[in-house]
Design a protein. Structure first.
Length: 203
């Protein structure tokens, strides 16, 4: 093998090592950012002055998660943080009421005062929750997202992607979850956040 060929081979190997290193550092960087966002969102909650709407994100009906999300949204509404609540969530099966209808019932059970609610009953995932809710209030610029703590970062980023220029977020105290359940949900959310990256860039 000639000197020139040896030099060319060494040069190629060097660049391959550099590319692998860049890829590894990128993966580590994305993983660290993912962890920071998912675990950091519950601990950093921007002060709410006023928003155009409150969106309560759905969960399985007849669960403490959905019930407590609803009550947290109602609390914010009764404090005057926004003039309307959007209850977002479709049907799991034709035999059930929608998640939005369940939330509406929970609100009526917990207050005698009129509440301005909009039902969004077509969504089946977080992206649809936010997108379909924005379609219900197309002029809204600011929003308060209400969900469980591990879900806040993905929901808030999705709200920004869908045209809300100012996004706040709140969650009910997760007393209805065991520590093991919370750990499992946080780990699952780390993977879900990565899967949403194309959506954050408008794909």
């Amino acid at each position: 093998m000639t000197v020139d060929k040896i030099s060319q081979k060494a040069y190629t190997i060097l660049w391959m090592h550099r590319i692998i290193k860049i890829i590894m550092l990128s993966v580590i960087g994305i993983a660290l950012l993912d962890v920071a966002l998912v675990f950091g969102a519950p601990h950093y909650q921007p002060k709410i002055e006023h928003a155009d709407a409150i969106i309560v994100l759905g969960a399985a009906i007849n669960t403490p998660a959905l019930y407590n999300r609803t009550l947290e949204g109602l609390r914010l509404y009764e404090e005057g943080k926004a003039p309307v609540m959007i209850l977002s969530g479709g049907r799991i099966s034709d035999a059930d009421i929608s998640e939005a209808q369940y939330m509406e019932k929970a609100i009526k059970h917990n207050t005698d005062q009129p509440v301005n609610v909009i039902l969004e009953q077509s969504s089946h995932n977080t992206f649809e929750n936010i997108k379909n809710s924005k379609d219900k209030v197309p002029d809204a610029k600011s929003v308060i997202i209400v969900s469980d703590e591990f879900h806040l970062a993905r929901a808030a980023l999705t709200a920004r992607t869908n045209g809300f220029s100012k996004v706040y977020w709140r969650y009910p105290e997760p007393t209805y979850y065991t520590k093991a359940e919370l750990r499992r949900y946080y780990l699952r959310e780390l993977a879900a956040m990565v899967s949403y990256v194309p959506k954050f860039f408008g794909d």
